[in-house]
Write a new protein. Structure first.
Length: 289
């Protein structure tokens, strides 16, 4: 079994779970490979870290990838994997942890289940962005959401949205989010968007700070496509894809559709979406005495 270890940047809080993960896998005969840039950071910080092979993101051919960090690290890992169909397990050293949901105290138990094959894989929808100016400066795929946002601090923007070539609405707002079911518990949730189970075949269109009280988030099938045109006093706007952002001129038209691949997320058998909602968001908790 070949497993690659990913993280973005060395932080003190990942030291214990990282060493615990690597040592456990090596002890059980797993071939461990560590992303090359991250391994350089580790080597400079941890002198007793076990020797491991390294791997570049464009060389990935492992059975599985383990992302160690928070959900942001998981999203970065997913972008590195792209359409390679390699499942990802997320070990959480961050705060919330919807994608990276393996807690520190669970690591060895979950890793043993991983080695034994006692887990399931969820396929998660990915969004693809294309632009009228064929901009290639931004990585065009997003697991959580594509967000169109105003660039300055004052004026709202006008976002003219069409779905399947039919005009939907002009959103006068601070921005607009197009989210996957995975992203329904991220940025979209913070602006009042609905929560979708990961298996839902839908997308969410949710305005950010809408200047109209009768505009609400909308759910559409993920087989539909969305076209956006933006008017802005600053003549520009910001596109954010899973936290990666780029400024674009207002003449740039956007086309958003489901990508032709999915991200495979490894889930332990005892983990479920509803349990995660209860544990992470205190779903249904009644604090009354």
């Amino acid at each position: 079994m070949r497993i690659a270890i990913f993280s973005t940047i060395y932080k003190e809080e990942i030291e214990v779970p990282l060493c615990q993960t690597v040592n456990f896998l090596l002890k059980h005969g797993v071939e461990v490979l560590i992303e090359r840039d991250f391994y350089t950071q580790i080597a400079n910080k941890l002198k007793d870290f076990p020797a491991c092979k390294t791997i570049n993101t464009n060389e990935l051919n492992t059975d599985l990838v383990i992302s160690i960090g928070g959900d942001g690290t998981f999203l970065t890992t997913a972008a590195c994997i792209g359409d390679k169909n390699i499942p990802i397990l997320g070990i959480n050293t961050g705060r919330l942890g919807f994608l990276a949901d393996v807690a520190h105290e669970e690591i060895e138990t979950i890793l043993q289940e991983l080695i034994d094959g006692d887990y399931h894989v969820e396929e998660r929808t990915v969004l693809e962005l294309s632009t009228s100016d064929k901009s290639e400066k931004i990585y065009p795929f997003a697991l959580n959401e594509v967000a169109i946002l105003k660039q300055d601090l004052s004026s709202m923007i006008s976002i003219h949205a069409s779905v399947n070539n039919e005009f939907l609405n002009t959103y006068q707002a601070d921005g607009l989010i197009v989210a996957t079911p995975t992203g329904s518990t991220a940025y979209s949730m913070s602006v009042g968007g609905p929560i979708l189970v990961p298996q839902a075949q839908d997308l969410i269109i949710a305005p950010v700070a809408s200047h109209s009280l009768n505009v609400r988030p909308l759910i559409i099938p993920d087989s539909w496509h969305i076209d956006l045109e933006i008017d802005s006093r600053s003549k520009s706007f910001l596109v954010s894809m899973d936290g990666r952002s780029q400024v674009m001129h207002q003449t740039t038209k956007l086309h958003i559709a489901k990508a032709n691949y999915t991200i495979k997320v490894v889930k332990p058998l005892e983990h479920s979406f509803f349990k995660t909602l209860k544990n992470k968001l205190m779903w249904g908790a009644d604090k009354r005495n």
